[in-house]
Design a binder for this molecule. Structure first.
Ligand code: 0GY
Length: 297
């Protein structure tokens, strides 16, 4: 722990104070399958090793947002600013046990008892983050060991990487003993267009049924900015090619966003563009997340 990291200044809010009401009405029971809770820091301090210090984005605000946007459930993902201390996540899960599930970040030294406790709280996956700007590198053997441990609980692995790292990571990801969910469409370079060879390789990777993909996060990937139409072809291609293995999330409270503060209502309004039929929308927002996180058939 260094003084520099512990005194890192809190960044300005990255989430909209008053997001618009979306025009698109999600089907009843829809799941926001990628969002976070931060703090409040006074109760759930941020990790000493964090690379950024967000504004508090507590569970109450997340649950109010989900009502405002017309969603019924959340999958809450542990973000790097809370390190491997999942207390804020677990607290949110225990507040809304029926309507939330969690993705934790854990060390290989975690005990079976701790994993079982998380399982009872609603955690169903661990996240491996490969972004150097967000986390210090960890040996792949550590990830492998964690994956083997959580596979026994029926959990899966969520991975966050950027497209240039895919070729190097692919053999490792293919070898993991669980389903693997890829965050933010593998972060393609949207400037290259959805016809780029790199995105084609990504789409091909997903032919392996162990892989699922989250098709949200246009606000981070866009080159042109809101309303993020330049990201639609990427998401739509994935939804139409793999309708039974796609998930969608707001990514609220949009940690680390520097370019602009996204309007979550606009993000929801992109759903009919990326999943153009009611059937695709139902799979994306209900059937798929309920199968993966709530164990429903
Ligand atoms: C996201 C994206 C980001 C941050 C994290 O764990 C994190 O801190 O995932 C990002 O900065 O791209 O999914 O929230």
């Amino acid at each position: 722990m260094t003084t520099e990291t512990t005194t890192m200044a809190t960044e300005p809010p990255t989430f909209h104070p008053n997001p618009s009401k979306p025009v698109y009405v999600p089907p009843a029971g829809a799941v926001d399958a990628h969002c976070h809770v931060f703090g409040p820091a006074a109760r759930f301090p941020f990790a000493p090793e964090r690379k950024y210090t967000p504004t508090d984005a507590p569970k109450e605000k997340l649950f109010a947002l989900r009502r405002h946007l017309g969603f019924a459930r959340n999958v809450i993902v542990q973000a790097s600013c809370h390190g491997k201390d999942n207390a804020a996540l677990i607290d949110a899960l225990e507040t809304e046990p029926e309507t939330t599930r969690g993705v934790a970040v854990v060390a290989p030294s975690i005990t079976d008892e701790e994993l079982q406790k998380m399982d009872r709280a609603g955690v169903r996956a661990v996240r491996f983050n490969f972004l150097k700007r967000l986390v210090d590198a960890a040996p792949r053997e550590d990830f492998q060991r964690v994956a083997e441990r959580v596979a026994r609980l029926g959990w899966h692995v969520v991975v966050y990487f950027e497209m240039p790292d895919l070729a190097d990571l692919a053999p490792f990801l293919r070898g993991l003993p669980t389903t693997v969910v890829i965050d933010h469409m593998g972060r393609p370079d949207v400037a290259d267009g959805a016809a780029a060879a790199s995105f084609a390789a990504f789409v091909e990777l997903l032919e392996d049924e162990k892989f699922w993909v989250k098709v949200g996060c246009p606000e981070r990937l866009t080159v042109k900015g809101p309303p993020y139409r330049d990201v639609v072809p990427f998401a739509r291609r994935l939804v139409e090619t793999y309708p039974d293995r796609v998930l969608w999330g707001t990514d609220w409270p949009h940690p680390n966003m520097k370019s602009h503060i996204p309007d979550d209502g606009l993000l929801v309004d992109l759903i009919p563009a990326i999943a153009p039929t009611p059937e695709l929308q139902r799979k994306l927002l209900i059937d798929n997340p309920l199968r993966l996180y709530w164990g429903e058939k």
